[in-house]
Design a protein around this ligand. Sequence first.
Ligand code: PRP
Ligand code: MG
Length: 212
Amino acid sequence: MTKIRIAIQKSGRLNEDSIEILKNCGISIDNGKDQLKASARNFPMEVFYLRNGDIPQYLKDGVVDIAIIGENVLIEKGEGIGFDVRLGFSKCKVSLAVPKEVKYSSINYFEGKRIATSYPNTVKGYLKEKGISADIHIINGSVEIAPNIGLADGICDIVSSGSTLFKNGLKEVEVMLKSEAVLAVSPKISEERKKILTKLQFRIEAVLTARQ
Ligand code: PRP
Ligand code: MG
């Protein structure tokens, strides 16, 4: 029997809400703590638990058919991958931040400055649009520490509650984009699996309507 292959985050902020929404759709799966692959018990679906940042490539390659992923990750790494359902959870911003004592008046502050980030494409695109040229340092995590250790003048990262910025003595100065979890679809999905996707989308729409 053909199954649709869905990628969800292995651990982290999207993991629980992703499993929860599938459960609300009447699809029960294991949580991926022990296995990286699981089959749904009552729906033609196989679940792959993956690292967030790897998911766009799996979608591009058609190794998975769909994914629950942050829109911010798709914007950063998912060129050519579409989505049609916003899932209403994992809302966050991708923002620029600077040490709180900086007198910030405009984006011009960043001209010639060093910015640490895990979102190089997003920040480069944003700065280009504003006509600013800056030095981008790619870091994979704990980005907010960079100004404190003298690695950067500012950072670009996800802001959710704002607590990480606050704890590191930073302030948000530009919101580059707003994001939430979406259901992304591989450009290589087969016609047969598209039919399963349609069924899933129908259930998701019903769940989202009920949540309102
Ligand atoms: C994420 C993100 C921010 C923080 C934002 O980091 O990179 O640092 O959460 O959330 P907040 O505004 O609610 O504090 P995460 O904790 O996932 O760790 P990482 O950056 O080391 O991957
Ligand atoms: Mg972080």
